[in-house]
Design a protein around this ligand. Structure first.
Ligand code: AMP
Ligand code: GLY
Length: 419
């Protein structure tokens, strides 16, 4: 099969590598990819939101299957567009992608289907915000309705903060929507649960916990994710049963009833409190960096998973996992998530001695004349598998020290809850 993979992050490098290992794969193109994918696939630079150009590239390269990594093309309807043009695509359509593309849609769906989630109010104006503040205790969580590149959620400790942030959203801070959702704050431990779904059934696709804050001890501003580990040990059999029956099944049933069954990976972001899972968010894709710790544990051929999902044959597809644990630490450009410099050479990558359990997934990198440069905030995902999280982390840190990239930084405490 000829496969096109859309995206350029660590998530896509991890998926690309797994596609590369499949016997079914003939050729891979990445749109646009990064320095890591360029070694195992052909990168083609294109604006992935320019659907017409994407379609042309897919036709020119005789692609049999397209896999979409990030949320934005999904939310904007790339799957619908390609399907209309008779291209086979792995990923949810525009309607189903509203699970991530509109927090208001997601919360309404929860209410209609009695899915456990934080109490909320969808607001279009200031007086609705004031009413919510009067009725609810602080902190209050303010969420922009539409996609906001990870910057749409604020946990507010004062009423004034709630009002200020709400005003900014009403005034159009985020182009995607001027609506917002106010939520009660849920205390607990966060974890993510993943499934892959076709029109008729779904299968478990790993669990993970990530670290969103930039500094150690989970301090400082939120980021795209500074590191992750899999599996999420907090999700025991009892909690898993509740996630499936109280959250996953009602959601898939509702979308199917609305004639838009969910197809693709679904990321279920949870807060676990007193043994009860509450839905915090849906993402209509794999997580980044969660994907980088889940994919290395996958035993099954990933192309078979993609192919059988699109042909609605998931029910009879056995997806199996290694017992090993996996962790990734993200090496970031100094200054991230604020301002940082790009185009800094990363010299020592070739010197790393990686065994079968170690992976360096590229994220914000590019390669020019064989030299690797940084090209983003999150630059590399140093990943390793083993039987003990403490030893895995030690191994990863020793690899990062060998890279010795003076323009970078990383968190040394990834996995502190399980170590
Ligand atoms: P979201 O984009 O909805 O996942 O929110 C980003 C992050 O904000 C989550 O990963 C949580 O850490 C935090 N968060 C969101 N909603 C809540 C909530 N209702 N209570 C506590 N923390 C929350
Ligand atoms: N790591 C969080 C996300 O992918 O949304």
């Amino acid at each position: 099969m000829n496969i096109a993979l859309i995206g350029s992050g660590g998530r896509e490098h991890a998926i690309c590598r797994k596609i590369f290992e499949s016997k079914i794969t003939k050729k891979i193109i990445c749109l646009p990819g990064n320095a890591g994918t360029s070694k195992i696939a052909k990168n083609i630079i294109v604006d992935i939101l320019d659907f017409k150009k994407v379609l042309n590239i897919i036709r020119q390269n005789q692609i049999d299957l397209v896999v979409v990594g990030p949320e934005e093309p999904l939310v904007k309807g790339l799957v619908d567009y390609l399907n209309k043009n008779k291209i086979r695509v792995f990923g949810p359509n525009k309607y189903a992608s509203k699970l991530e593309g509109s927090k208001a849609f997601m919360k309404k769906l929860c209410k209609k289907n009695k899915i456990p989630t934080a109490n909320f109010k969808i607001c279009n104006n200031r007086s609705q915000v004031i009413r919510f503040i009067k009725k609810n205790n602080l902190p209050i969580v303010v969420k922009a309705d539409g996609l906001a590149a990870g910057k749409g959620v604020s946990i507010c400790k004062t009423k004034n903060q709630v009002l200020e942030i709400s005003n900014e959203i009403f005034r159009g801070k985020f182009k995607s929507s001027k609506k917002l959702v106010l939520e009660e704050f849920l205390d607990g431990e966060e974890a993510s649960y993943f499934i892959v779904a076709d029109k008729n059934s779904f299968k478990f696709f790993g669990s993970a916990q990530d670290h969103k804050r930039v500094r150690e001890k989970d301090k400082g501003p939120n980021t795209g994710g500074m590191g992750a580990y899999s599996p999420a040990l907090i999700i025991n059999k009892k909690i898993e049963y509740k996630i499936i029956n109280k959250i996953v099944k009602p959601t898939l049933r509702y979308l199917k009833q609305n004639k838009n069954p969910y197809v693709g990976f679904l990321y279920i972001g949870l807060m676990i409190r007193n043994g009860e899972p509450y839905l915090i968010e849906f993402n209509v894709r794999m997580g980044d960096p969660e994907c980088q710790v889940i994919i290395p544990r996958l035993k099954t051929d990933i192309v078979k998973v993609f192919r059988n999902t699109i042909s609605n044959k998931l029910k009879n597809t056995n997806i199996s996992w290694q017992k090993k644990k996996c962790m990734t630490i993200v090496l970031c450009s100094k200054g991230y998530p604020g301002n940082y410099k790009k185009n800094k050479v990363i010299k020592n990558l070739n010197k790393l001695k990686l065994n079968n359990n170690d992976f360096v997934y590229h994220a914000g990198t590019k390669i020019i004349n064989g030299i690797t440069f940084s090209n983003g905030g999150r630059v590399l995902n140093i990943t390793s598998k083993g039987s003990n999280f403490k030893k895995i982390r030690k191994k990863i840190i020793s690899l990062i020290k060998k890279i010795n990239w003076k323009y970078g930084f990383y968190r040394k405490d990834i996995g502190w809850k399980v170590i």
